[in-house]
Ligand binder design. Structure first.
Ligand SMILES: [Zn+2]
Length: 332
């Protein structure tokens, strides 16, 4: 990182009440003082934000705009409050439904999750988790985006920074790239010590096919490999300086997991919940939402590769082997 960039890009670490731990926010001192991500709406997060800004000789009032990497509350929880204080909120338009949090959207989300759970064959006792998202959203205020950012856009007020759409972990996900220094702010698109979950979300157009987040995540990884950032700041934990190795490792891990799933389905046709139980023994009971999202991601991948097929059986979707003899040679 060049000295100039070091003065212009300042990291801020904010605590969260979530298992993932603290979130990394960033201050870009461009023509406009910009905060990338805000932390959740908690008194502790706000306090940490204010005190770290003070260390940089700034106050919250000095922040003029906020750029959101994605709509999860650990990244955008304080945006509503800051928007009320007159700061502009910038982000992908796919954040909007999550920032606005209308009752209609929350109902749509609930019905979408109910269908996913039912098709996956998830037992009754887990159905209460279709609404887990609402508890999570209580760490954010309702707000709106003032400016929408799309792939390739220059970040207003931050010369040299470009928007890169990186969906997968969230449909709304963007990363910011500073080409001349090779620095990327990747949010939760890439995290050094954990592989971020591809999370299921309803389609943006009612009745359309749902997004395939694991396939999107693979594409976002490959897109980042092509960009070749030299230094990547992430939403949680330490930055990454060997992005090529890390992405290749992530792709290999995912393919290995998919192969495991392919082998299970070769034994017998299974529902997503049955695969989930085998893939995440024990853990699925506590983390049904995340483990099911990950499982369905692997199934989407195998289906896209032509390895498995889906078959509707009453309410459930049953995944069956599709490749014939060549299945043995499937290398995932
Ligand atoms: Zn996060």
């Amino acid at each position: 990182m060049t000295v100039t960039m070091a003065n212009k890009l300042l990291p801020i670490t904010v605590p969260t009440p979530f298992k993932v731990g603290p979130v990394n926010c960033f201050l870009i001192k461009g023509e406009v003082i910009t905060l990338v991500d805000t932390g959740p709406r908690t008194a502790e997060a706000e306090e940490a934000l204010v005190s770290q800004l003070r260390e940089y000789g700034l106050s919250l009032e000095d922040v003029e705009q906020i750029v959101l990497t994605h709509h999860h509350p650990d990244h955008m929880g304080l945006a509503g409050q800051m928007s009320k204080a007159g700061k502009k909120v910038l982000g992908h338009w796919k954040n909007d439904r999550w920032l606005e949090m209308t009752d209609a959207f929350l109902e749509d989300h609930e019905s979408f999750m109910k269908i996913i759970y039912s098709e996956a064959g998830v037992p009754e006792e887990y159905l209460k988790h279709v609404n887990d998202v609402e508890g999570y959203l209580s760490f954010a205020d309702r707000t709106t985006c003032d400016v929408h950012l799309l792939d390739g856009d220059a970040v207003p007020g931050c010369s040299g920074w470009t928007v890169i759409e990186t969906p997968g972990h969230a449909q709304s996900h963007i990363s910011l790239y500073h080409e001349s220094s090779g620095i990327m702010i990747a949010g939760d698109h890439l995290i050094k010590n954990i592989s971020s979950n591809p999370i299921l979300e309803p389609p943006y157009v009612k009745g359309a096919d749902r997004p395939r987040p694991l396939l999107q995540q693979r594409d976002s990884y490959k897109k980042t490999l092509e960009i070749k950032p030299s230094f990547v700041y992430t939403g949680h934990g330490e930055p990454i300086d060997n992005i090529e190795d890390l992405i290749k490792e992530r792709l290999i891990q995912q393919e290995a997991r998919a192969k495991k799933v392919a082998m299970m389905i070769k034994e017998e046709p299974m529902t997503a919940f049955e695969v989930c139980q085998k893939l995440f023994p024990g853990i699925y009971k506590k983390e049904i939402g995340l483990t099911l999202s990950e499982t369905i991601g692997q199934l989407d991948y195998l289906e896209s590769e032509g390895v498995i097929a889906r078959k509707k059986q009453q309410e459930n979707i049953l995944y069956t082997q599709r490749l014939g003899e060549s299945y043995e040679e499937y290398e995932g």
